[in-house]
Design a protein around this ligand. Structure first.
Ligand SMILES: [Zn+2]
Ligand SMILES: [Zn+2]
Length: 281
């Protein structure tokens, strides 16, 4: 559920954020103290090694996506400066600034957002230039985590009577599991869509405003004309994740040299710029 450029007053989606935090934090004790109960008591009835391995793997993913989540929340509403002359994306009446290229005013945040993608209610902030990397990592680790949870919940779902739980706790586990199953579907869809969009350097707003979706590795001159920010999948990736692969999986912010003010477009000024694209990021 995303809100883009509406005329409403700034508004908080704290309830959605709270829901996300509560459901994600509840999943860890359920994995460790409910789903592992049966294999711990009767290892022969369950592939206990895998259950233990996957439950700790789940905790590791939980740590990563929680980190990515809070980094995304914290950096979503970074204030942007007046655009440098020549790179304007128009004037914002509300912020009284000349917007940089690809910036948009978000009514929910009440400010202009650099390379705004969409306003995400689950993080209660905007997804844009300053947090797109951590947003992708958050959704990616979350997707993988939900599959791990789905695997761990299998024994409980097929034979819940084996587990000695109070009825209220049983209902809570069912409720949490239903939410995680829905999240598996939603997070996978969101992650796969955004990875494809990252590879073609297209934001959700630009897509809504008419820029075409191109399959990342089917790149042609016509596509370049349709989306001038599309510099090829590898360069697009580096623009978001930075040059050092060691930092790609770590949920820390990546900011380029241009700080969300300027985005190179094709054709680049010189032929060598395609090889020395680092100068832009
Ligand atoms: Zn604005
Ligand atoms: Zn926003």
């Amino acid at each position: 559920m995303d809100i883009i450029d509406t005329e409403e007053k700034p508004q908080s989606y704290f309830f959605f954020q709270l829901f996300t935090i509560i459901t994600t934090f509840s999943s860890v004790p359920i994995v460790l103290f409910v789903f592992l109960q049966e294999p711990r008591e009767k290892p022969e009835s369950y592939p206990a090694f895998y259950a233990e391995f996957f439950s700790y793997f789940y905790c590791f993913l939980f740590f990563l996506w929680t980190w990515a989540y809070f980094t995304t929340c914290a950096s979503g509403q970074t204030k942007i400066k007046n655009a440098m002359i020549g790179f304007s994306g128009g004037h914002c009446e509300k912020c009284k600034i000349t917007k940089p290229d690809r910036a948009h005013h978000c009514s929910a945040c009440g400010t202009c957002i650099a390379k705004m993608d969409h306003h995400c209610v689950w993080t209660n902030t905007c997804v844009g230039y300053y947090n797109y990397k951590t947003f992708l990592l958050f959704v990616g680790y979350l997707s993988l985590g939900t599959y791990t949870y789905d695997y761990l919940s299998y024994e409980y779902i097929v034979a819940p009577d084996k587990f000695n739980l109070w009825i209220a706790l049983k209902i809570l586990v069912y409720l949490e599991t239903a939410i995680v199953y829905i999240t598996t579907f939603l997070a996978t869809a969101l992650f796969s869509t955004h990875i494809l969009m990252a590879l073609i350097n297209l934001t959700t707003i630009e897509y809504i405003k008419g820029k075409p979706f191109i399959y990342p590795f089917c790149y042609s001159e016509i596509d370049a004309a349709a989306n001038q920010h599309h510099l090829g999948p590898a360069v697009n990736w580096l623009e978001i994740f930075g040059k050092n692969p060691l930092f790609w999986p770590i949920p820390i912010q990546h900011k380029g040299k241009e700080d969300g003010q300027f985005f190179p477009t094709v054709p680049l000024p010189n032929e060598e710029d395609y090889i020395n694209f680092e100068k832009f990021f």
